[in-house]
Design a protein around this ligand. Structure first.
Ligand SMILES: [Zn+2]
Length: 96
């Protein structure tokens, strides 16, 4: 189930989010077993330029178009597998 929340807080600046959206997400662990969860994307009106544009919208139509544009960019975001593997290796080595 996909949901939209207005209660999230930005993890970078701690400001209340303009919007956040959660989407179902499944990944496979090292044993190949699917792990089901959710991915959350957050739109911050303080440190995200897209969030500032949404807050500055002059009419509902502009607001809706900006939100839909933002939503379109959130669906396919995945972590960089190289950076993720490096971070996992650091964590396993006790460096984090
Ligand atoms: Zn922020």
């Amino acid at each position: 189930m996909t949901g939209i929340s207005r209660r999230a807080v930005c993890p970078s600046c701690r400001a209340p989010a303009v919007l956040s959206v959660t989407r179902p997400h499944t990944w496979h662990n090292r044993a190949g077993t699917p792990v089901h969860g959710v991915r959350e994307s957050l739109l911050c009106g303080t440190c995200d330029p897209a969030g500032r544009r949404v807050l500055a919208a002059h009419c509902p139509q502009e607001w809706a178009a900006l939100v839909l544009n933002w939503l379109a960019t959130t669906g396919d975001r995945l972590p960089d597998p190289v950076n993720l593997a490096a971070e996992e290796a650091s964590w396993r080595a006790g460096e984090l």
